[in-house]
Design a protein around this ligand. Structure first.
Ligand SMILES: NC(=O)c1ccc[n+]([C@@H]2O[C@H](COP(=O)([O-])OP(=O)(O)OC[C@H]3O[C@@H](n4cnc5c(N)ncnc54)[C@H](O)[C@@H]3O)[C@@H](O)[C@H]2O)c1
Length: 269
Protein backbone atom coordinates (compact mmCIF):
# COMPACT_ATOMS: atom_id res chain seq x y z
CA UNK A 1 0.00 0.00 0.00
CA UNK A 2 1.46 3.36 -1.07
CA UNK A 3 1.38 6.67 0.71
CA UNK A 4 3.31 6.13 3.94
CA UNK A 5 6.69 7.54 2.86
CA UNK A 6 7.77 10.21 5.33
CA UNK A 7 4.67 9.85 7.52
CA UNK A 8 5.27 10.03 11.25
CA UNK A 9 3.56 7.30 13.25
CA UNK A 10 3.31 6.63 16.98
CA UNK A 11 2.71 2.94 17.70
CA UNK A 12 2.26 1.47 21.17
CA UNK A 13 2.72 -2.20 22.05
CA UNK A 14 5.29 -2.39 19.25
CA UNK A 15 7.50 -4.99 20.92
CA UNK A 16 5.42 -8.02 19.98
CA UNK A 17 2.52 -9.35 18.01
CA UNK A 18 0.33 -7.10 15.90
CA UNK A 19 2.01 -3.84 16.99
CA UNK A 20 5.44 -5.12 16.04
CA UNK A 21 4.22 -6.29 12.63
CA UNK A 22 2.46 -2.98 11.99
CA UNK A 23 5.61 -1.06 12.93
CA UNK A 24 7.80 -3.14 10.62
CA UNK A 25 5.33 -2.87 7.78
CA UNK A 26 5.05 0.92 8.10
CA UNK A 27 8.82 1.30 8.34
CA UNK A 28 9.21 -0.87 5.23
CA UNK A 29 6.92 1.60 3.46
CA UNK A 30 8.99 4.59 4.51
CA UNK A 31 7.23 5.84 7.65
CA UNK A 32 9.19 7.41 10.50
CA UNK A 33 8.28 5.88 13.83
CA UNK A 34 7.98 6.58 17.52
CA UNK A 35 7.58 3.16 19.10
CA UNK A 36 6.52 2.17 22.59
CA UNK A 37 6.37 -1.00 24.61
CA UNK A 38 6.30 -1.84 28.28
CA UNK A 39 9.28 -4.15 27.79
CA UNK A 40 12.48 -2.45 26.58
CA UNK A 41 14.09 -5.60 25.12
CA UNK A 42 11.43 -6.55 22.55
CA UNK A 43 11.00 -2.86 21.80
CA UNK A 44 14.68 -2.62 20.90
CA UNK A 45 14.39 -5.77 18.76
CA UNK A 46 11.61 -4.10 16.74
CA UNK A 47 13.69 -0.95 16.40
CA UNK A 48 16.66 -2.98 15.17
CA UNK A 49 14.51 -4.75 12.58
CA UNK A 50 12.91 -1.53 11.35
CA UNK A 51 14.27 -0.18 8.06
CA UNK A 52 13.91 3.57 8.49
CA UNK A 53 14.07 6.15 11.27
CA UNK A 54 12.70 5.00 14.61
CA UNK A 55 12.88 6.14 18.18
CA UNK A 56 11.79 4.03 21.14
CA UNK A 57 10.07 5.10 24.34
CA UNK A 58 9.66 2.22 26.77
CA UNK A 59 7.24 2.28 29.69
CA UNK A 60 3.60 1.69 30.48
CA UNK A 61 0.97 3.57 28.51
CA UNK A 62 -1.08 3.71 31.69
CA UNK A 63 1.48 6.24 32.89
CA UNK A 64 0.24 9.59 31.50
CA UNK A 65 3.84 10.85 31.37
CA UNK A 66 4.65 8.12 28.82
CA UNK A 67 1.64 9.10 26.71
CA UNK A 68 2.75 12.72 26.72
CA UNK A 69 6.37 11.74 26.02
CA UNK A 70 5.36 9.89 22.84
CA UNK A 71 3.82 13.05 21.39
CA UNK A 72 6.70 15.22 22.61
CA UNK A 73 9.25 12.84 21.07
CA UNK A 74 7.44 12.77 17.71
CA UNK A 75 7.24 16.56 17.56
CA UNK A 76 10.84 17.12 18.70
CA UNK A 77 12.34 14.48 16.43
CA UNK A 78 10.15 14.73 13.35
CA UNK A 79 8.17 17.98 13.77
CA UNK A 80 4.75 16.39 13.23
CA UNK A 81 2.42 13.46 13.91
CA UNK A 82 0.44 11.88 11.08
CA UNK A 83 -0.65 8.54 12.51
CA UNK A 84 -1.28 7.02 15.94
CA UNK A 85 -2.01 3.34 16.51
CA UNK A 86 -2.57 2.03 20.02
CA UNK A 87 -1.82 -1.67 20.46
CA UNK A 88 -0.39 -1.89 23.98
CA UNK A 89 -2.29 -4.37 26.07
CA UNK A 90 -2.69 -7.76 27.67
CA UNK A 91 -5.39 -9.87 29.26
CA UNK A 92 -6.05 -10.92 32.84
CA UNK A 93 -9.16 -13.07 32.68
CA UNK A 94 -11.46 -14.55 35.24
CA UNK A 95 -15.15 -15.07 35.72
CA UNK A 96 -16.90 -12.01 37.14
CA UNK A 97 -17.73 -13.70 40.47
CA UNK A 98 -14.00 -14.29 41.04
CA UNK A 99 -12.59 -11.07 39.54
CA UNK A 100 -10.74 -8.94 42.05
CA UNK A 101 -10.36 -5.19 42.09
CA UNK A 102 -6.69 -5.29 41.01
CA UNK A 103 -7.55 -7.34 37.93
CA UNK A 104 -10.31 -4.91 37.04
CA UNK A 105 -8.20 -1.79 37.65
CA UNK A 106 -5.09 -3.04 35.86
CA UNK A 107 -6.91 -4.00 32.68
CA UNK A 108 -8.97 -0.79 32.58
CA UNK A 109 -5.72 1.05 33.20
CA UNK A 110 -3.69 -0.43 30.36
CA UNK A 111 -6.42 -0.52 27.72
CA UNK A 112 -8.80 2.36 28.41
CA UNK A 113 -6.66 4.80 30.42
CA UNK A 114 -3.61 3.80 28.35
CA UNK A 115 -5.38 4.55 25.08
CA UNK A 116 -6.54 7.89 26.46
CA UNK A 117 -3.06 8.79 27.73
CA UNK A 118 -1.57 8.27 24.26
CA UNK A 119 -4.42 9.59 22.12
CA UNK A 120 -5.20 12.77 24.09
CA UNK A 121 -1.84 14.56 23.68
CA UNK A 122 -1.45 13.31 20.10
CA UNK A 123 -4.96 14.52 19.22
CA UNK A 124 -4.17 17.88 20.75
CA UNK A 125 -0.95 18.20 18.71
CA UNK A 126 -2.74 17.14 15.51
CA UNK A 127 -5.49 19.70 16.12
CA UNK A 128 -2.90 22.39 16.73
CA UNK A 129 -1.11 21.55 13.47
CA UNK A 130 -4.41 21.57 11.57
CA UNK A 131 -5.28 24.99 13.01
CA UNK A 132 -1.97 26.36 11.76
CA UNK A 133 -2.68 24.95 8.29
CA UNK A 134 -6.18 26.49 8.39
CA UNK A 135 -4.79 29.89 9.38
CA UNK A 136 -2.19 29.70 6.61
CA UNK A 137 -5.00 28.78 4.21
CA UNK A 138 -3.23 25.63 3.12
CA UNK A 139 -4.98 22.32 2.73
CA UNK A 140 -5.48 20.59 6.07
CA UNK A 141 -3.85 17.21 5.67
CA UNK A 142 -5.54 14.08 6.96
CA UNK A 143 -4.19 12.82 10.28
CA UNK A 144 -5.26 9.50 11.69
CA UNK A 145 -5.92 7.83 15.00
CA UNK A 146 -6.47 4.07 15.04
CA UNK A 147 -7.34 2.44 18.34
CA UNK A 148 -7.66 -1.26 19.02
CA UNK A 149 -10.86 -2.66 20.42
CA UNK A 150 -11.94 -6.30 20.36
CA UNK A 151 -14.89 -8.57 19.72
CA UNK A 152 -14.86 -8.88 23.50
CA UNK A 153 -16.26 -5.33 23.62
CA UNK A 154 -19.64 -6.95 22.88
CA UNK A 155 -19.22 -9.13 25.99
CA UNK A 156 -17.06 -12.21 26.45
CA UNK A 157 -16.89 -15.01 28.96
CA UNK A 158 -14.24 -14.37 31.60
CA UNK A 159 -13.37 -10.91 30.33
CA UNK A 160 -15.57 -8.36 32.14
CA UNK A 161 -12.56 -6.09 32.67
CA UNK A 162 -11.22 -6.37 29.12
CA UNK A 163 -14.72 -6.15 27.57
CA UNK A 164 -15.49 -2.95 29.49
CA UNK A 165 -12.15 -1.38 28.54
CA UNK A 166 -12.44 -2.35 24.87
CA UNK A 167 -16.02 -0.98 24.73
CA UNK A 168 -14.81 2.26 26.34
CA UNK A 169 -12.13 2.61 23.68
CA UNK A 170 -14.87 2.71 21.02
CA UNK A 171 -16.58 5.66 22.75
CA UNK A 172 -13.29 7.52 23.07
CA UNK A 173 -12.47 6.86 19.40
CA UNK A 174 -15.83 7.99 18.08
CA UNK A 175 -15.69 11.15 20.19
CA UNK A 176 -12.24 11.91 18.76
CA UNK A 177 -13.81 11.42 15.31
CA UNK A 178 -16.58 13.92 16.08
CA UNK A 179 -14.29 16.52 17.66
CA UNK A 180 -11.54 15.95 15.09
CA UNK A 181 -13.67 16.15 11.95
CA UNK A 182 -13.30 19.92 11.49
CA UNK A 183 -9.54 19.43 11.62
CA UNK A 184 -9.42 16.46 9.23
CA UNK A 185 -8.44 14.14 12.08
CA UNK A 186 -9.89 10.74 11.20
CA UNK A 187 -10.39 8.43 14.15
CA UNK A 188 -11.32 4.77 13.84
CA UNK A 189 -11.18 1.60 15.87
CA UNK A 190 -10.67 -2.01 14.91
CA UNK A 191 -12.31 -4.91 16.73
CA UNK A 192 -10.25 -8.04 16.32
CA UNK A 193 -11.57 -11.50 16.84
CA UNK A 194 -8.89 -14.00 17.84
CA UNK A 195 -5.55 -13.25 16.19
CA UNK A 196 -2.69 -15.70 16.54
CA UNK A 197 -0.44 -14.02 19.12
CA UNK A 198 0.56 -14.91 22.67
CA UNK A 199 -2.82 -13.55 23.79
CA UNK A 200 -4.66 -16.41 22.07
CA UNK A 201 -2.09 -19.24 21.81
CA UNK A 202 -2.55 -22.21 24.15
CA UNK A 203 -1.68 -21.04 27.63
CA UNK A 204 -0.21 -24.44 28.56
CA UNK A 205 2.33 -24.48 25.74
CA UNK A 206 3.84 -21.05 26.31
CA UNK A 207 5.25 -19.28 29.33
CA UNK A 208 4.18 -15.71 28.65
CA UNK A 209 3.40 -13.48 31.59
CA UNK A 210 2.49 -9.87 32.14
CA UNK A 211 2.88 -9.30 35.87
CA UNK A 212 0.80 -12.01 37.58
CA UNK A 213 -1.22 -12.83 34.50
CA UNK A 214 -0.42 -15.80 32.26
CA UNK A 215 -1.17 -14.90 28.66
CA UNK A 216 -2.99 -17.28 26.30
CA UNK A 217 -6.21 -19.26 26.41
CA UNK A 218 -6.51 -22.66 28.11
CA UNK A 219 -6.35 -25.32 25.38
CA UNK A 220 -9.87 -26.71 25.92
CA UNK A 221 -11.59 -23.32 25.99
CA UNK A 222 -9.56 -22.26 22.98
CA UNK A 223 -10.66 -25.24 20.88
CA UNK A 224 -14.30 -24.69 21.85
CA UNK A 225 -14.07 -20.98 21.00
CA UNK A 226 -12.43 -21.47 17.62
CA UNK A 227 -15.00 -24.12 16.67
CA UNK A 228 -17.71 -21.42 16.88
CA UNK A 229 -15.97 -19.23 14.30
CA UNK A 230 -17.33 -19.61 10.76
CA UNK A 231 -13.78 -19.38 9.40
CA UNK A 232 -12.76 -22.00 11.97
CA UNK A 233 -9.38 -20.55 12.86
CA UNK A 234 -7.75 -17.50 14.40
CA UNK A 235 -6.55 -14.72 12.11
CA UNK A 236 -2.88 -14.42 11.33
CA UNK A 237 -0.86 -11.37 12.29
CA UNK A 238 -0.65 -10.18 8.63
CA UNK A 239 -4.45 -10.57 8.39
CA UNK A 240 -4.71 -8.18 11.34
CA UNK A 241 -2.15 -5.70 10.02
CA UNK A 242 -3.52 -5.28 6.47
CA UNK A 243 -6.86 -3.76 7.55
CA UNK A 244 -4.96 -1.47 9.92
CA UNK A 245 -2.79 -0.30 7.04
CA UNK A 246 -5.93 0.38 5.02
CA UNK A 247 -7.48 2.54 7.75
CA UNK A 248 -4.20 4.43 8.21
CA UNK A 249 -3.71 4.92 4.48
CA UNK A 250 -4.93 7.55 2.03
CA UNK A 251 -7.46 4.97 0.77
CA UNK A 252 -9.44 5.66 3.95
CA UNK A 253 -9.50 9.47 3.91
CA UNK A 254 -13.33 9.52 4.04
CA UNK A 255 -13.64 6.96 6.84
CA UNK A 256 -13.95 8.18 10.40
CA UNK A 257 -15.82 7.09 13.52
CA UNK A 258 -16.06 3.50 12.34
CA UNK A 259 -15.48 0.24 14.18
CA UNK A 260 -14.06 -2.26 11.70
CA UNK A 261 -14.61 -5.85 12.75
CA UNK A 262 -11.87 -8.29 11.72
CA UNK A 263 -13.17 -11.44 13.26
CA UNK A 264 -13.44 -14.54 11.07
CA UNK A 265 -17.12 -13.78 10.39
CA UNK A 266 -18.04 -14.27 14.05
CA UNK A 267 -21.38 -12.45 13.75
CA UNK A 268 -22.84 -14.82 11.16
CA UNK A 269 -22.43 -17.97 13.25
N1 LIG B 1 -4.52 -11.24 19.66
C1 LIG B 1 -5.84 -11.11 19.68
O1 LIG B 1 -6.58 -12.07 19.48
C2 LIG B 1 -6.47 -9.79 19.94
C3 LIG B 1 -7.87 -9.68 19.80
C4 LIG B 1 -8.48 -8.46 20.05
C5 LIG B 1 -7.72 -7.37 20.39
N2 LIG B 1 -6.36 -7.51 20.54
C6 LIG B 1 -5.61 -6.34 20.96
O2 LIG B 1 -4.54 -6.11 20.06
C7 LIG B 1 -3.50 -5.43 20.77
C8 LIG B 1 -2.17 -6.14 20.50
O3 LIG B 1 -2.25 -7.44 21.05
P1 LIG B 1 -1.35 -8.68 20.55
O4 LIG B 1 -2.26 -9.80 20.34
O5 LIG B 1 -0.43 -8.24 19.48
O6 LIG B 1 -0.55 -8.98 21.91
P2 LIG B 1 1.03 -9.10 22.22
O7 LIG B 1 1.13 -9.53 23.63
O8 LIG B 1 1.68 -9.93 21.18
O9 LIG B 1 1.53 -7.60 22.04
C9 LIG B 1 1.11 -6.59 22.93
C10 LIG B 1 2.30 -5.75 23.35
O10 LIG B 1 1.81 -4.74 24.27
C11 LIG B 1 2.78 -4.57 25.27
N3 LIG B 1 2.19 -4.01 26.48
C12 LIG B 1 1.45 -4.65 27.42
N4 LIG B 1 1.14 -3.81 28.39
C13 LIG B 1 1.68 -2.60 28.08
C14 LIG B 1 1.70 -1.34 28.71
N5 LIG B 1 1.11 -1.13 29.89
N6 LIG B 1 2.36 -0.31 28.09
C15 LIG B 1 2.99 -0.50 26.91
N7 LIG B 1 3.02 -1.70 26.28
C16 LIG B 1 2.35 -2.73 26.86
C17 LIG B 1 3.34 -5.97 25.51
O11 LIG B 1 4.63 -5.90 26.15
C18 LIG B 1 3.38 -6.53 24.10
O12 LIG B 1 4.65 -6.37 23.51
C19 LIG B 1 -3.90 -5.42 22.24
O13 LIG B 1 -4.51 -4.18 22.54
C20 LIG B 1 -4.95 -6.51 22.31
O14 LIG B 1 -5.86 -6.30 23.37
C21 LIG B 1 -5.72 -8.68 20.30
Amino acid sequence: MEGFAGKVAIITGAGRGIGKALALSLSEKGARLVLNDLDPKPLLETQNLAKGETVGVSGSVSNTEIGALLTKTAIEKYGTIDLVATLAGYTWDSMLHRMDQTQWNDIIDVHLNGTYSVVQPAFSAMRHAALSEKESEILIKPRKILTVSSMSAFGNLGQANYAAAKAGIVGLTRTAAIEGAAFNILSNSIAFGPIDTRLTRPRESQNEWVGDSAQGIPEKARAAYFSTLPLGRPGTIPEAVEPMLFLLSSHANYISGTLLEVNGAAHIS
